[in-house]
Every structure is written in C-alpha cells, then in structure tokens.
Write a protein that binds this ligand. Sequence first.
Ligand code: 5GP
Ligand code: MN
Length: 321
Amino acid sequence: MSFSEAAAFIRSHGRFLLTSHVNPDGDAIGAAMGIQWALTRLGKESHIVLDGKPPEIFAFLEGYGQVKSFAESSSLAPFTAAIFADSPTIERVGSAFRLLAPGAAILNVDHHISNENFGQVNLIPVELSSSAEVVYRLIRELGLTPDRACAECLYTGIIIDTGRFRFSNTSPDTFRVAADLVEAGARPDRISEALYERNTFHTVQALGKFIESLETHFGGKVAVGGFGAEFISSDFYKKVETEGFVNHALAIKGVEVAAFLREVDKGKTRASLRARADFDVNALASVFGGGGHAKAAGCTIPAPLAEAKARLLEEIGKRMR
Ligand code: 5GP
Ligand code: MN
C-alpha cells in the first residue's frame, strides 16, 4: 500500500470513472471530488458517478454539478480505469459498477478496516481519519496543492468522518491536514453552517421521532431506535437527512453501543452502529455482511424493523462483557 503506487496508477491512465458507496456521506463525496480536482489539474478526463441522486446537502461544494447519478450517466462509454473512494467493497458502489469495462483497472482509495482490497492498487491507510485525508496526501504525492474548491471538499470529508474533530480517529496529523486546507482557502464557518445549520424542518422533526423511539437494553449500555417502512416510504421522509442521528443515542450517559435502524424496504432494515470504549461494531456488522470501522459501522439485516432489532440485540448480547 503506497502513495507512490497510487500516484503511478493515476499517471498511467487518461480517462477515469470515479465512484463511491451508495448513500454517500461527506467523506465519500469530498474524497471523490478531491480526486477529480487532481485529475483535472493533470489534464485527465474523469466522471464522478454514484448509484443514486447526489444528496442536496453537499450542493454548497463548488463543482458539485459534476457529480452524477448512474441514471444520468448510463450513456457514458465503459471505463478501463476507475478510482473507488471510501468504498469498502466493490459491490457497495451499486449500479455505478456497470460502467466498468471487463477487466478494468481499479485504484481503491479508502480508510475502512473492513476494506476488501479489491483494486489493482489498494491505498487503505486505516489509521487516517477519512478518505479525504488519504486523498489530501495523494494529491501532495502528485505534486499538487489544493485550491479553495478542492480544499473545501477535503475539509468536508474530514469533519464528517471525525464528527467535527471529536472522534478517536482525530489525530495530530488530522489537525495538520485541516490546517493546510484552511490555509489553502477552506472556510470552516461556511462548511459547518452548510452541513449542520441548514437542516430541513423535516430533518429536525424526524430527529425528534428517532429520539422518542429510543429504548435502552442491557442495563442502559445499549440504545436502539429507528423508523419503520411506513415512515421511510412517506413523502415527508424524502426531505429528511439522517446523518448524525445515531450519535444522539450514543451521547446518552452509560451507553456503550448505539443503533439507528431504518426499514428501507418491507423486510429489509439498515443499521447504523456506533460504539464507545471496547465494543467493536465492525465485528458486529460483519455478522450481517456489513462492516465499517470499530467505532462506526453499518449493515443491512434481512428482516422487518422489530425482528431486525431483536436479532441485533441478540448479537450485541453475545458480545457484551
Ligand atoms: P453510517 O452508519 O454512517 O451509514 O456508516 C458508518 C460506517 O460504516 C461508514 O464508514 C460506512 O461506510 C460503513 N458502512 C455502513 N454500512 C455498511 C455496509 O452495509 N457495509 C459495509 N462494508 N460498510 C458499511
Ligand atoms: Mn470515510
């Protein structure tokens, strides 16, 4: 795993598919856009294609119009080279995968411990806070210095994945990179406002609903709540952004494991998992075919909400001290 190999991969191709995981967060978007900025600087052609419609919340990033859904991109000629950002498995990019030519070369840029090393070149420094931090180092390796637009994409990725420099993945180097990005023009106030102080009314109401749904188990060490299929399929829910909800459950005194469940289809429940101290939610998620990091992970449980909750609690119970 080396930055110079990743840089060589970039130099040796001319046209790239850039993609990231389904339901992209700020790190997925920021990292992909940061790579695109570098490719453009190097005179390369690239297209960012995501599984679904790019989330509205990141529209404040300059150049966000370049980020397309698969539905808007299906006419693009197949790609012989691709860069995957922040995606732990090849399947997690969803439909964008269909744009790859058979035998396409993949550069896999990520920081998830559960990454499956599916690329020809795999750049997965798991000690780094975010894929955006990996991309910053890659950009420097390529001999480039981010401008403001690029710096704001990377800064966004870092603050999303570190929870605004609060989580244990925040290292001295994370602050050094953030300082470089602010020096390059990133505006922390503008980015924080756009991400955290522009919630829709629907999001705030839904947060209330999530908080009301919370239950605690195992003597208050586990908090779990969520939404059923009816609410998730409503028009109201279309204006809801649930990023960060699960952290409200983890913020309860005494809670060591928190789960936010969403029944995204009848009989299919997504789980966002968070942990403190010595509980490993990456291991928990992997029981259900998911993954992520030790302290933040996710999975899909093939069951309706109530049954998914019961199955999850059972697995948590096996792992509690
Ligand atoms: P979130 O709860 O914010 O959706 O995800 C937390 C972390 O777990 C993120 O790093 C995310 O990429 C990862 N993650 C979430 N769901 C899945 C999943 O189904 N599979 C894998 N491999 N990782 C996931
Ligand atoms: Mn990430």
